[in-house]
Design a binder for this molecule. Structure first.
Ligand code: AMP
Length: 193
């Protein structure tokens, strides 16, 4: 069973690392950013409501996100675990997740905090070329992260779930550093063999 939350500023490589671990452990990578971008592309009601916030680098309102997470975590493929990337993003979302997990008799094993210096974050995001990766929007996303998401680091430190990983190294090294915190079926079998 692998249940992980990926924290860390925008541009830290959460998506890349979550994808790698999700493949290794065979559990779904649940990225609220990816879900929202797909909704914008498909021009669904959710996408239409979310688009303005996303292109300004603001968080979309919690009421657009919470039901979506509740539904996603009730799907069959989450039976072996999940990797959450981009959720929770503020204290309210973290409290909601705690309650939801208690309701469905689940716990989160580890909260990974990927640490990368600001200069490097901006460089990485500028080179990605995503719609919301323009310099002013990047700055706003970093500010929103500091104000709303960073307080979660202390919250999860307090609960003993936080593990910090240096995200400012080669991608493969970061994946290796993460593996020591992740006990997934694949690894457990590998150790036994
Ligand atoms: P990300 O791909 O995680 O960087 O998310 C891209 C954008 O989607 C963010 O800048 C927010 O506008 C929105 N978003 C993603 N996840 C959340 C969330 N949990 N709560 C609110 N907004 C979110």
């Amino acid at each position: 069973m692998t249940r992980l939350i990926f924290l860390g500023p925008p541009g830290a490589g959460k998506g890349t690392q979550a994808k790698a671990l999700s493949g290794m452990c065979n559990v779904p990578h649940i990225s609220t950013g990816d879900i929202l971008r797909a909704a914008v592309k498909a021009e669904t009601e959710l996408g239409q409501k979310a688009e303005g916030y996303m292109s300004a680098g603001e968080l979309v309102p919690d009421d657009l996100i919470l039901d979506l997470i509740r539904e996603r975590l009730s799907e069959n493929d989450t039976a072996t675990g999940w990797l959450l990337d981009g959720f929770p993003r503020n204290v309210e979302q973290a409290e909601f997740l705690n309650k939801l997990l208690a309701e469905i008799n689940q716990t989160c094993d580890v909260v990974i905090n990927l640490e990368v210096p600001d200069d490097e974050l901006v460089t990485r995001m500028l080179s990605r070329g995503r719609a919301d990766d323009k310099e002013a929007v990047i700055r706003n996303r970093l500010e929103v992260y500091r104000e709303q998401t960073e307080p979660l680091i202390d919250l999860y430190k307090g609960s003993g779930q936080l593990r910090s990983v240096d995200g400012n190294q080669e991608m493969q090294r970061v994946t290796e550093a993460l593996q020591q915190f992740v006990q997934c079926e694949v690894n457990a079998k590998g150790v036994e063999a």
